[in-house]
Ligand binder design. Structure first.
Ligand code: CMX
Length: 136
């Protein structure tokens, strides 16, 4: 069901500044991509064997990441886990009592995505990702 950690999302105030910090730290270049469906711009770093570190800058005050930054400041925003059948996995998790933010996978940058509520995961927002090409 869960195949690997797909990416780690970090909320930042200034994408350009934080991307430069992480480029120095990791020794690799960021790929910058807009994710209007999530109201963020992302700096994506492919680290090691396919795990990404994604820096997230909100595109406006209505973004959930803007609310997060205001309340909690910069830092770990979510951990994304790769799955191969997102809708079946969501159903199974709901059956186990996990509080879902999305009952079904929806279109995201990396494929079909859905979020689990941080109250169900010791205060950490979890995203499930079913990459494109793995639709059931
Ligand atoms: N990690 C951990 N806790 C979080 C959180 C996060 N990312 N975001 C919010 N919370 C906590 C808040 O601190 C708050 O906790 P307390 O009740 O203890 O104060 C609680 O969750 C409720 O937060 P809120 O500010 O009132 O926000 P909402 O209830 O309106 O929304 C959430 C919270 C998680 C449901 C909403 O942010 C959401 O739907 N997130 C999923 C989508 C998303 O974050 N997309 C961003 C981009 C992702 C990407 O590009 O991959």
């Amino acid at each position: 069901m869960i195949k690997k950690v797909h990416h780690i999302g970090i909320a930042v105030n200034n994408l350009k500044e934080s991307a430069a910090i992480f480029e120095r730290l990791l020794g690799i270049k960021a790929h910058i991509e807009g994710a209007p469906c999530q109201r963020v711009t992302e700096a994506i770093f492919q680290v090691g064997e396919g795990v990404e570190i994604d820096l997230l800058e909100p595109t406006g005050p209505e973004s959930t990441v803007a609310k997060f930054l205001e309340k909690r400041g910069e830092g770990l925003h979510h951990i994304a886990l790769e799955v191969d059948d997102i809708d079946a996995d969501l159903k199974e998790m709901e059956g186990k009592g996990v509080r879902l933010i999305d009952k079904e996978g929806r279109e995201g940058v990396a494929g079909k995505i859905a979020f689990l509520h941080p109250k169900s995961a010791s205060g950490v927002l979890i995203e499930l990702v079913q990459p494109r090409g793995e639709e059931k």
